[in-house]
Design a protein around this ligand. Structure first.
Ligand SMILES: Cc1cc2nc3c(=O)[nH]c(=O)nc-3n(C[C@H](O)[C@H](O)[C@H](O)COP(=O)(O)OP(=O)(O)OC[C@H]3O[C@@H](n4cnc5c(N)ncnc54)[C@H](O)[C@@H]3O)c2cc1C
Length: 414
């Protein structure tokens, strides 16, 4: 029986653990937060997951919240009018062909962890560093480090060729609320872009106290949306959230008239540089560790892809391990496994990184033309499920114009 260790019990590591357990592997998860720590702790993400990523969980039988979690049924996009900021210059929305979901990781991860232990997985509570990795790699045939944004992932060398930024590009904040007014017709991720200031998006979710909405704020550093550093209490954080909306996005401020925080841990602020790291870590002993999820590809949340990437990476790694049979988990196999994932992820990274800069001619043409073209709005909305479909049009003006032309006469099924 092959023995596999996974360090980190998040969106990337857990599906691999369940997939291997179901195939008879001996699997251990090492994590520094117990189920109760996670359940009772701070929110860490907004985790909106689209259909392809949810399919990974469904295939593994891990989709326990399909009935409870309010669906996300579309994507909306708004750009305030620079001359009259209380009105919108661009405003469109498109329905998703298949619904998305954003189950709070405080609901999902503790449940999965407890289930993993019940199914015979080994759950070890430990804060893992180099010494622990040395011990674990000696004991297991394969060790994967899926520790998200934990300090330990800095052991992986930054890939300078594949990383566009070395500093945080946005000051981030999350505010989980009850009482937000729904959008008309169908639920959606409502994106709002304010050039030079930042972005705000909001969508339905399921949290510990039931259905809620998650507000995500992305402030250009030093600007008026970089306003959460001094908000030290839940009340101050909520007040900063709502006052920003009232001032900069009055249509969103209206929806938020009666909001309250879901709970005293339902908020977060922080910043990190989007980074790609080299996937194979060599320990002082010479033994090797494979990186997975945010540990090796961490994106700004602006396109809401991190959990989606994590789930998709989990599927690629799981398939690669199972296909490898009794083969050695050597450096070549590790690098090849990561490259299979990178074939997909590199375009997600390019799209996400581009959203942190002023739009190019091609992306601006797409985002503004969608207002006159329901078929283009539908296409852009559904691209969140599989961002590579945006290419080459996202970066190439001729291809963008061809796509705009092609979708102009198309109709969208109701
Ligand atoms: C503000 C914000 C909003 C976001 N919104 C979205 C969104 O809408 N949609 C989306 O798809 N993604 C979103 N993301 C990204 C998404 O949350 C992450 O990409 C995803 O959770 C990554 O999964 P992971 O398993 O790699 O890491 P994580 O989920 O972070 O899991 C890491 C695990 O490692 C453990 N760990 C850390 N250090 C150690 C250690 N030393 N020893 C042992 N265990 C350790 C942690 O306890 C945890 O269990 C958002 C992120 C942020 C910050």
């Amino acid at each position: 029986m092959r023995k596999v260790a996974i360090v980190g019990a998040g969106q990337a590591g857990m599906p691999v653990a369940f997939g291997l357990l179901a195939q008879g592997y001996e699997v251990a998860i090492f994590t520094n937060r117990s189920p109760d720590d996670v359940r009772g702790g701070r929110v860490m993400s907004s985790q909106c997951m689209f259909a392809e990523a949810l399919d990974v969980e469904r295939r593994l039988g891990l989709n326990f919240w399909d009935d409870e979690c309010p669906p996300v049924q579309g994507i909306g996009f708004a750009l305030p009018n620079p001359d009259q900021p209380d009105t919108k210059a661009v405003d469109w929305s498109g329905r998703l062909d298949r619904e998305a979901q954003a189950t709070d990781q405080r609901v999902k991860m503790p449940y999965w962890l407890e289930l993993f232990a019940q199914r015979g997985g080994k759950l070890i509570m430990e804060d893992v560093g180099v010494a622990e990795l040395e011990r674990i790699t000696q004991e297991y045939d394969l060790t994967m480090l899926a520790a998200g944004k934990g300090e330990v992932v800095k052991l992986f060398e930054r890939d300078d060729q594949r990383s566009m930024y070395d500093k945080p590009q946005r000051a981030l904040a999350l505010t989980y609320v009850h009482g937000l007014e729904p959008t008309p017709e169908y639920s959606r991720v409502s994106f709002n872009f304010i050039p030079g200031v930042g972005e705000y998006f909001v969508f339905p979710s399921l949290t510990l106290s039931g259905p809620c909405d998650i507000m995500v704020f992305e402030g250009v550093p030093g600007g008026p949306l970089d306003r959460f550093r001094d908000a030290k209490t839940p009340e101050a954080h909520l007040e900063q959230s709502v006052s920003f909306l009232r001032e900069f996005l009055p249509w969103e401020g209206d929806r938020a008239r009666n909001v309250e925080l879901t709970d005293a841990q339902g908020y977060l602020s922080g910043a990190f540089p989007p980074t790609v790291r080299k996937p194979v870590l060599t320990l002082p002993s010479g033994r090797i560790v494979l990186g997975l999820g945010d540990a090796v590809v961490v994106n700004d949340p602006i396109t809401g892809q991190g959990s989606n990437n994590a789930a998709k990476a989990a599927q690629v790694y799981l398939d690669s391990i199972l296909q490898h049979g009794e083969g050695a988990f050597d450096r070549n196999w590790m690098q090849a496994t990561f490259e299979r994932y990178w074939d997909y992820a590199n375009l997600v990274v390019r799209w996400t990184n581009s959203m942190l800069k002023p739009p190019t001619e091609s992306s601006f043409a797409l985002l503004t033309s969608a207002q006159q073209s329901p078929a283009l709005a539908h296409f852009l909305a559904n691209s969140f499920n599989h961002p590579p479909v945006l290419f080459p049009a996202w970066e190439d003006l001729n291809a963008a114009q061809a796509l705009i032309e092609q979708t102009r006469s198309q109709s969208v099924a109701a």
